[in-house]
Design a protein. Sequence first.
Length: 251
Amino acid sequence: MGLLLGVNIDHVATLRQARYATMPESPNAEPCPLQASLEARDGGADSITMHVRGDRRHIQEGDVFVIKEGCRLPLNLEMANTPEMLDLALRLKPEFVCLVPENRQEVTTEGGLGVVDQVEALRPAVRTLREAGVRVSLFIDPEVGQVEASKAAGTDMIELHTGCFANAVGEEHRVELERLMEAAVAGHEAGIQVNAGHGINYQNISQLHFVPHLAELNIGHSIVSRALSVGMRQAVHEMKHLMRDYHPERA
């Protein structure tokens, strides 16, 4: 199986909420996250990613249940490690949960979980989700120490934060790529599935072909942006085309 693509549709809901924040279930509310998910599926998406935030700035609880029922692709729920979100995940039973840091002041998630300092706090949530049949990922910065701490927390997977890589230029770009490579090797050697996401776009994705052992990329903003020009189905198809030559063992 080749490199998988999880399409994050949060920003489809961002556009909807700009007009329909107080009535997202109105028959006039558009664009529709379910329709976007179906189009992403038909373009070749392997899963759908959504982040229900504490402030409900884009995706709403109702969205995730409608999409789980209506799209029939594996669902990846990004969420903070809070009792409220754990309750949501146990009711929803997505195929995957990715625990992420959450800051009300940030525009979008801007860094990885500091797992090294949170192992004991994360273990109960990881255990509870896994006992419910949900595979768990931790969104971490590409550091070997964070990979090792994720293993200690009992997670099935990690998602390497690629934001610094995406924003780097010149020599810094090379350094960030090497960090991703080192962390991916550490995850593979620890027996953890290695995913990656944040800031990946149609221009920089080819550089990630140098990172070994990747199983899945989670991409949202770039695909939603491209969809404004060519439609969601074509935008996803184009991204999948750029991923086709990735070989995890010889990256």
